[in-house]
Design a protein around this ligand. Structure first.
Ligand SMILES: *Cc1c(COP(=O)(O)O)cnc(C)c1O
Length: 434
């Protein structure tokens, strides 16, 4: 599978080049160009297939010529010691839990694969430096996925504020390969610095700079895998249409689903479940996208004004406007309805779900009447409920504690450098580590 820029002049790059450069020089984002139809490969997988098995089967077909089956199997085994979990709630709904990874959010799946595949693609062949703008738990996810990967150093760029969940033993001065740097500035400053560092060719080439942020197409591809996994787990129960409901902020998860469809997954539609920050819904309906000021809600990961994957969705839309209009159903859920869905999940099904998953469940419930009789919706459960314990308590009256593996997320850490938000300061801090 080859990649092109969303602002393509027609030139194509390999997966490896797309992952290791991660930003085309024309200012676009990389997207898959040639699409492989994989129907024949996953239609005979079944509910016995494990997640690493699925990844080891699917990845070498998609990355034919770049990742052989042996390499793919190593990547899958080293990336995933956890799996998504599908639970059928009733005839209408199932829940696909994607929060079993080290930081309890679906993003762990993409990051873990990216780290493992990068190590495999680099084998005995150069070094790279991953620069990632991080906040919340994403830094921990990246640090854990990249720790001890051969040939890779990982710089985590934090905005002002507390840093949590990192283990100093993994830092570069203690013999590890993790380099947490804090800047005096905002998350947007961090993202801007990374773009500048990638486009500073002499520096980028000397250090082999790339990123583990969502701009890297190596995070998007593996997110298609858990849609396929959801499909193979549910297919024996299906009698009608299959629909996925996806809580959407930056739309990375949703676009991965659209790629799974392109790879041949027999799906009939996707609910783009948003909270009141829903300006992007108009765009999906075919209108112009006009960003609106941000509103704070009880599903914070969906509080996004301009989706980071706008370029990718626009590019997809450009290729297949009818698909977008017929297969993607935008839907808005406010805070009250979110709490109501959390309460119903507890009362009707005996499960606690986080508010982001609840947005997806509520949106699916609201649209269900409009789906064909016999349809089944797989609701993407993107975050561990214990990470939003206060909202869970408010909606259900239940107390939920973090599982022990997520306790580290609360421990405070110090960066190894504090710098001004300028490229020369960043490059200086990186150079001084070696
Ligand atoms: C990031 C995140 C989302 C939103 O996913 P996008 O790909 O940004 O649309 C939803 N739920 C949780 C828990 C998240 O962390």
């Amino acid at each position: 599978m080859q990649y092109r820029s969303t602002k393509s002049d027609g030139s194509l790059v390999s997966f490896k080049d797309a992952v290791l450069r991660c930003l085309p020089e024309d200012g676009g984002l990389y997207v898959p160009d040639s699409i492989v139809d994989m129907r024949q490969f996953f239609l005979y997988m079944n509910s016995e297939t494990t997640y690493p098995e699925l990844v080891a089967t699917v990845a070498p077909i998609l990355l034919h010529g770049e990742l052989n089956p042996f390499s793919a199997s190593r990547v899958a085994e080293s990336a995933f010691d956890y799996e998504p979990e599908l639970r059928q709630l009733d005839e209408r709904f199932s829940l696909l839990s994607l929060y079993n990874g080290p930081t309890g959010v679906y993003k762990d799946f993409g990051i873990a694969f990216l780290a493992a595949v990068m190590e495999e693609l680099l084998k005995n062949n150069g070094r790279v430096m991953i620069l990632s703008a991080v906040r919340g738990d994403t830094g921990v996810s990246i640090a854990q996925a990249f720790y001890k990967r051969q040939g890779i150093n990982s710089v985590l760029l934090y905005p002002s504020g507390p840093i949590r969940g990192l283990d100093p033993a993994t830092f570069v001065q203690n013999g590890g390969n993790i380099i947490p740097i804090q800047i005096r500035g905002t998350f947007d400053d961090c993202q801007r610095l990374i773009r500048e560092a990638i486009h500073d060719r002499p520096f980028a080439e000397r250090y082999g700079i790339t990123s583990a942020n969502a701009i890297n197409p190596g995070r998007l591809l593996p997110q298609a895998f858990y849609y396929l996994y959801g499909f193979i787990k549910i297919k024996k129960y299906l009698s009608g249409n299959l629909i996925f409901s996806v809580p959407s902020g930056n739309f990375g998860n949703l676009i991965a689903g659209l790629y799974a469809w392109k790879f041949g997954m027999p799906v009939h539609g996707f609910v783009a479940a948003m909270n009141v920050n829903n300006a992007f819904g108009d765009y999906i309906r075919g209108k112009q996208f006009i960003p609106r000021p941000l509103i704070t809600t009880n599903s914070p990961a969906l509080d996004v004004s301009i989706p980071a994957n706008y370029e990718r969705l626009a590019s997809f839309y450009g290729e297949a406007p009818a698909v977008m209009r017929n297969m993607v159903y935008p839907s808005t859920v406010d805070d009250k309805v979110t709490l109501g869905a959390m309460e119903r999940a507890w009362k009707c099904y005996g499960i606690l779900i986080d508010p982001h998953s609840a947005v997806a469940l509520a949106a699916a419930e609201e649209l269900f009447e409009s789906f064909e009789v016999g349809s089944h919706v797989v609701v993407m459960s993107t975050g561990h409920p214990a990470k939003e314990a206060e909202t869970v308590a408010k909606a259900t009256g239940q107390t939920i504690h973090l599982p022990p593996r997520l306790n580290v997320l609360q421990k405070k850490s110090d960066p190894i450098a504090l710098i001004e938000p300028q490229l020369d300061a960043l490059e200086g801090a990186i150079v001084s580590c070696f």
